[in-house]
Design a binder for this molecule. Structure first.
Ligand code: PGA
Length: 278
């Protein structure tokens, strides 16, 4: 019997990577936070480098913008030089953390087995994990996209209890589209996201319906509206184009418009916040 599910709220996150000093973070937010009323109904995350987190938390405190880190260690403390733990982030007032970004997987040897510990550690510290998964170009060419996604989902989320699965945000980020200016088509993104959702639904029907799955990879103001138009794409993880407040706002606006579209209110949604995706 179909279960009536609450609507999914769109998420748009700015992954600044290793960009912006504390001063630049403050300057960005001073501009960005003015006039975000039109972004009602979209959950917004700013994800700056570690040193800028306190300034971002301070500036965003009286707004609806959330702050996330870009990585963390799975252990709460220990002899792990150069690492930062989930409780340290929570103490700063951080709301979430990007985990498993392809740059960390490729350049810092992060494995699915590491993520299997990190995702529950983040949830345990009340941080929203934004878990990145996606195939490389050669994996897509070899018709391995679904196998890669299935492996990443099953391993990375293995230690998350079914009832907490929907607290995770999954970012489908085809590696070939990241920082290349070559975005996936809305159809490619929607197809991969539908597959991810089906995998999760097979594990837990309720979580499969409720979990937010967003797209990342060369999202720009010029392609955001089209990329975010499929009903099944719940938002975007934005790298390069999130560094300019005006560009990031335009992308978030596209998500707000697409989530407010009347066509969607006929879906599975059960009301929920204004502007929520169904
Ligand atoms: P991009 O990066 O938007 O610059 O392609 C996306 C990401 O790495 O999350």
């Amino acid at each position: 019997m179909p279960v009536q599910m609450p609507a999914r709220t769109a998420v748009v996150a700015a992954n600044w990577k290793m960009h912006k000093t504390v001063g630049e973070t403050a300057a960005f937010l001073d501009r960005f936070l003015g006039g975000i009323e039109q972004l009602e109904g979209v959950e917004l995350f700013i994800c700056p480098p570690f040193p800028s987190l306190p300034a971002a938390v301070e500036r965003c405190r009286r707004s609806r913008v959330l702050v996330a880190a870009q990585n963390m260690h799975a252990e709460p403390q220990g002899a792990f030089t150069g690492e930062v733990s989930a409780p340290m982030l929570t103490e700063l007032g951080v709301d979430g953390v990007i985990l498993g970004h392809s740059e960390r997987r490729a350049m810092f040897a992060e494995r699915d087995e590491d993520l299997a510990h990190k995702v529950p550690a983040a949830l345990g510290a009340a941080l929203t994990p934004i878990l990145c998964i996606g195939e490389t170009e050669s994996e897509r060419d070899a018709d391995q996209t679904q196998a890669v996604l299935a492996r990443q989902i099953s391993t990375d989320l293995a230690e998350v209890a079914d009832e907490r699965l929907s607290e995770v945000v999954i970012a489908y980020e085809p590696v070939w589209a990241i920082g290349t200016g070559r975005n996936a088509t809305p159809e490619q993104a929607a197809e991969a996201i539908a597959f991810i959702r089906s995998q999760l639904a097979a594990r837990d029907e309720r979580a499969g319906e409720a979990i937010r799955i967003i797209y990342g990879g060369s999202v720009k103001p010029g392609n955001a509206a089209e990329l975010l138009s499929p009903e099944t794409i719940d938002g975007a993880l934005v790298g390069g184009a999130s560094l300019q407040p005006g560009d990031f706002k335009e992308i978030a606006l596209a998500a707000a418009d697409s989530s407010a579209s009347p066509a969607e209110s006929s879906g599975s949604g059960a009301g929920g916040a204004a502007g929520s995706r169904s």
